[in-house]
Design a protein around this ligand. Structure first.
Ligand SMILES: [Zn+2]
Length: 97
């Protein structure tokens, strides 16, 4: 699992999701340090997939992202940090279910 949780890691994060277009998964937190956790495909536009820029000139890594090709690793981490399984997967990423 790779963690991108600092604003300076924006470029590094964007490179990761681009490299892992096929197989990447991103666990996004809406409030540091953990907040509400959502699991996305690296292709999801809501976490920057497909080159989508962040809103308002922001950087993607203002909100922590945990990235892996292994779904089980991210789910296990999320459940250990308060996520509720039925709410975990992004609705735009339903193909992950
Ligand atoms: Zn998504």
């Amino acid at each position: 699992m790779e963690v991108f949780d600092r604003p300076q890691q924006h470029d590094e994060y964007v490179q990761w999701i681009s490299r892992h277009w096929e197989d990447g998964l991103v666990l996004h937190s809406n409030r540091p340090p953990e907040g509400e956790l959502k699991l996305h495909s690296a292709r999801c536009h809501s976490i920057g997939g497909g080159g989508t820029p962040p809103a308002n000139g922001d950087v993607w890594t203002n909100y922590p992202k945990r990235c892996s090709e292994e779904r089980a690793v991210l789910i296990e981490w999320a459940l250990a940090h308060g996520a509720i399984r039925r709410d975990l997967v992004c609705q735009k990423c339903e193909h992950l279910q």
